[in-house]
Write a protein that binds this ligand. Structure first.
Ligand code: WT7
Length: 639
């Protein structure tokens, strides 16, 4: 089969198509956009982009509605097909919704939002675990032309408040309580606490995930009750291709999270195309991405990609080890899952529990296994491939980011010559032209080399800007290598031309697949009353991928116990950010290694923690080389 042979661009095989998609990018994307999306009005310009200026526009002149593309057009052809399978926390209690049911739910909610004053261009914050009402909330926003801002339901009240304020939301949608791993999580209470410091918020829609009532205030709206009063038909707003579809906050190298802006047509097209071709998704398959909808992975591969393709998507509410480490595979057997997409951190965890939890269940429906979010080490890759996939399912290690909107580098299992090397993201997707840059900012043309990973030309799925801070967008992504999009990652290109991601080049770390800036954690530590200053670095962790190691200098004038400070730091990190932001190690130090100009030399701290004492490098700019010995000694004492 020639996967895109029908797109009408007249190429005969897949590698031709790859070349065509890059060299004749406009023709390629115009053809797929016409074929794959339903337009209210056709676009007149394929793209108008200038990466050096940070200007990115696709399919201008076109009008469409994303919810119509994800729902109505499938309701016309196959109303009873299952759109969503909600795998609830309680095993064996899944709920299925057809396309017709999901459209009705979305329309009722769209009408309710409209009736309660939400307008085109507003931004609604959604603070919910994965569930059909969360998907309907996203699609209802899309239906009426509002943008959504989904905040991961594991974030604290402070982190939620910061995102609501930046997005200037007047409406928040949440649930009374969440349920995860058998535990109840007080999500509504968290919203109540958050909105204390969010003057823009006028109403909070509360859906009932559990039967336990919660205190309702004047701002609160009982969501299901109100939805029941609404009509099941809701006129879709005609949206311009470049109207905002959603904001999604992610971490950068400063303390302030950035609200990346994704728009309508380009994003949807890119999510749909990557979903179909990276995973070899075919009509009738059951696709499961176990990421939370609060991350870009959940947006693109639990919601938009599968639904745009008329697929069946599984929403996973639980954890990999609840009620036991067989959960994923019991679910695969029960729901007859064909594609399974998960994170290396979970695979590494499950590997430690042994093969018996996998062998217990029938996995013969599986066709493709995906990995995302962080590098997958060879041992985890092999286990995923050999034990979970019985050696017969290709493992696709997919590299991408919140900024890229969808998968950019991944193996292509459907290719006739599909070679997959364990631990390598392998090859660019259609329309993607990766380049490596050397330290002088020049493109590296040879193979078997490493460099800073950039993408040489725009693609429809990329983020357009940072909400409220377009300048930061240009500075972060467009200016480091003018004319190129800079990813912040380093990569290696093999002799064969395959890519392997080597990790972040900036102060962003990846804890259990959660991206977090070390500066964000330092900000929190420095707010503790006894802390004078701190430095946070990532270190290699056998399950989390990276762990958090904090160096803390206490104020001399304050008399405190280190154990008390440790407790305070953990409380603060959970309260200000999320539980995963708590340091694994806290090393109390008298002082930190600094340059004469006062910059903390993190490189030295990293080397000490990685036990690479021979490779400390040039220490001549250090203010006082003695500090290094103190740090080494302190590290030694801590372990
Ligand atoms: C960062 C993006 C991609 C959606 C989920 C995370 C790292 C992502 C891989 C991979 C090695 C990876 C990168 C990237 N990353 N996928 N397959 N191999 N590293 O999205 O939170 O925006 O994080 O995750 O460092 O820049 P995100």
């Amino acid at each position: 089969m020639l996967p895109l042979g029908s797109c009408g661009v007249g190429v005969s095989d897949r590698s031709d198509l790859q070349d065509f998609s890059v060299c004749s990018s406009d023709s390629f994307w115009a053809a797929v956009a016409r074929q794959r999306l339903s337009w209210i009005r056709p676009f007149h310009t394929v793209q108008d982009c200038d990466l050096s200026q940070g200007r990115i526009r696709w399919f201008e002149g076109g009008k469409l509605n994303v919810s119509v593309n994800c729902l109505d057009r499938h309701v016309h052809t196959c109303p009873e097909r299952v759109a969503v399978i909600w795998e609830r926390d309680e095993p064996k209690s899944e709920v299925k919704l057809s396309y017709r049911q999901l459209l009705e739910m979305t329309c009722r909610l769209g009408n309710l939002l409209r009736r309660r004053g939400v307008k085109k261009g507003d931004c609604v914050t959604i603070y919910m675990p994965p569930c059909p009402l969360a998907v309907a909330s996203m699609l209802a926003c899309a239906r009426i032309g509002a943008a959504h801002n989904v905040v991961f339901a594991g974030f604290s009240a402070d982190a939620l408040a910061e995102r609501i304020r930046d997005a200037q939301s007047s409406t928040v949608i949440t649930v009374n309580q969440g349920v995860r791993g058998g535990k109840v999580i007080e999500l509504k209470k968290t919203v109540d606490a958050a909105i204390q410091s969010c003057p823009t918020v006028q109403q909070v829609f509360v859906a009932m995930r559990t039967e336990n009532p919660v205190v309702m205030t004047a701002k609160d709206v009982a969501m299901e009750e109100e939805m029941a009063k609404e009509d099941t038909v809701c006129e879709p707003a005609g949206m311009d291709s470049e109207d905002t579809l959603f904001l999604l906050y992610t971490s950068g190298s400063t303390g302030k999270p950035k609200g990346l802006v994704h728009t309508q047509a380009g994003y949807l097209l890119y999510a749909a195309l990557t979903h179909r071709y990276v995973f070899s998704y075919h009509d009738g398959d059951v696709f499961s991405c176990v990421a939370d909808i609060g991350w870009i992975t959940g947006h693109s591969y639990s919601v938009y990609g599968p639904l745009a393709n008329g697929g069946t998507t599984v929403l996973f509410e639980s954890t990999p080890i609840y009620p036991d480490p067989g959960r994923y595979w019991e679910m695969v057997q029960r729901l007859k899952i064909n594609q399974f997409y998960g994170a290396p951190t979970a695979i590494r965890l499950l590997l430690k529990y042994g093969d018996k939890w996998v062998h217990k269940y029938d996995r013969s429906t599986l066709k493709t296994l995906g990995s995302v979010g962080e590098p997958i080490n060879t041992e985890a890759w092999e286990w995923y491939h050999r034990v979970v996939g019985q050696g017969r399912c290709p493992v696709v290690d997919t590299w991408w980011q919140t900024e890229t909107g969808g998968i950019c580098i991944a193996p292509r299992p459907a290719d006739p010559d599909a070679e997959i090397v364990p631990g390598m993201a392998m090859r660019p997707f259609f329309g993607i032209k990766p380049v490596l840059m050397d330290t002088e900012g020049k493109v590296v043309t040879s193979n078997d080399t490493s460099g800073a990973l950039c993408i040489a030309q725009p693609w429809p799925g990329m983020a357009r800007t940072i909400h409220n801070d377009p300048q930061r967008f240009t500075e972060t992504y467009c200016q480091p290598y003018p004319g190129y999009f800079f990813t912040g990652d380093g990569a290696y290109r093999s002799k064969e031309g395959y890519y392997q991601i080597t990790g972040r080049l900036d102060d962003v770390i990846n804890v259990s697949g959660h991206r977090i800036g070390t500066a964000e954690i330092e900000d929190v530590l420095n707010q503790c009353s006894a802390v004078a200053e701190s430095a946070v670095i990532g270190f290699s962790h056998s399950i989390k991928g990276q762990g958090i190691y904090a160096f803390v200098v206490l104020k001399k004038s304050i008399d405190v116990q280190e154990a008390d400070v440790t407790r305070q730091i953990n409380d603060m990190a959970s309260k200000k950010i999320a539980k995963y932001a708590c340091p694994d190690y806290i090393q109390f130090a008298q002082r930190l290694p600094k340059t004469r100009s006062g910059k903390i030399m993190r490189r030295v701290l990293r080397k000490v923690v990685d036990s690479e004492l021979e490779g400390l490098g040039d220490l001549s700019t250090l203010d006082d080389p003695e500090v290094v010995q103190e740090i080494i000694q302190g590290h030694h004492d801590l372990l």
